[in-house]
Ligand binder design. Structure first.
Ligand SMILES: Nc1nc(=O)c2c([nH]1)NC[C@@H]1CN(c3ccc(C(=O)N[C@@H](CCC(=O)O)C(=O)O)cc3)C=[N+]21
Length: 283
């Protein structure tokens, strides 16, 4: 049976690193960083994430604020709210919670966030900087996956990595990060013919599809490391994109849902908030 990677334990180690970063900021600049989350409308799932982020900030001593805006706000008013956070020196990180209501062009809103306050790493400037291997604010979930592999002593360089899913939030940045660490990377998606034949090549398999139980045991090579980025609500349960019970019998190591990648996403958000503050204070 596979080793089950404890995402909460890895996240706790990352938070210790972030604490050291916070102490450094305090010592160098006398500054406590601030993160502001903007949430539009009343999505109940979003509320859970937002309260988890808030709690994680409080525990470490990052100033955390939440701005709640009505679901029927227009794009310009939301943009104006982003502008005022851009201009507020006490706000070092800005996160506009996704998804946004359909009448708002999310791209326009995200493009308006100052790149050095973009703790999600979704701004085109950060996306481009990551793609060409320059210093950037990196999307939290895929960056958390990389830190997890590193902290768990799983080698990336020279390994064959397969990413299922090509989203801008996970799949593409995941592929870029693995590539930057010298993996041989394949990105698969809904139009990939004979997907199982490709995924069976993976020594590191990252599932970011958004379909419960999509990755079955026959798609996984014996001894592979399987990272499940999926967060799907099935009834009142949270399940990943991997058929955990069967795949864990084939894989060498696997992340569960919940308790796998999710906690890392939040830990890396704290990391990015400290990094963003340092970027703003050193230029
Ligand atoms: N601009 C933006 N940035 C985001 O990073 C962002 C977003 N919008 N919209 C929503 C998604 C979702 N997301 C999660 C973060 C942590 C957990 C997490 O910690 N999950 C725990 C427990 C979850 C539970 O029990 O409900 C776990 O997997 O163990 C889940 C989901 C961030 N998101």
């Amino acid at each position: 049976m596979a080793r089950i990677i404890d995402g909460n334990a890895v996240a706790a180690r990352i938070r210790e690193e972030v604490k050291a970063g916070l102490a450094g900021l305090k010592a160098d600049f006398g500054v406590t960083p601030g993160l502001t989350v903007v949430i539009v409308g009343e999505d109940p799932a979003s509320k859970v994430y937002v309260s988890r982020k808030h709690k994680a900030c409080e525990e470490l001593g990052i100033k955390s604020a939440v701005i709640r805006l009505p679901a029927d706000i227009d794009e310009e008013a939301l943009g104006a709210a982003v502008d005022s956070l851009n201009d507020d020196p006490a706000v070092h990180g800005i996160l506009v919670q996704l998804p946004l209501p359909k009448h708002i062009d999310a791209e326009k809103v995200l493009d308006r966030i100052r790149p050095d306050k973009d703790v999600d790493g979704f701004h085109p400037l950060n996306v481009g900087r990551l793609a060409i291997g320059r210093e950037a604010l990196v999307p939290c979930t895929p960056h958390g996956v990389i830190r997890m592999l590193e902290l768990e002593g799983i080698q990336i360089a020279g390994k064959r990595a397969v990413v299922i899913g090509r989203s801008n939030i996970v799949g593409k940045p995941m592929a870029n990060l693995l590539l930057a660490r010298n993996a041989t990377v394949t990105v698969c998606h809904s139009r990939t013919p004979d997907l199982p034949a490709v995924t069976r090549q993976a020594e590191i398999l990252v599932a970011a599809i958004g379909k419960p139980g999509f990755v079955t045991a026959d798609m996984v090579a014996p001894g592979a490391v399987v990272i499940d980025v999926g967060i799907n609500r099935v009834g009142d349960k949270l399940v990943g994109d991997v058929d955990f019970e069967r795949v864990k019998e084939v894989a060498a190591a696997i992340t569960p849902v919940p308790g796998g990648v999710g906690p890392l996403t939040i830990a890396m958000l704290l990391h990015n908030t400290v990094k963003a503050a340092r970027l703003q204070l050193t230029k």
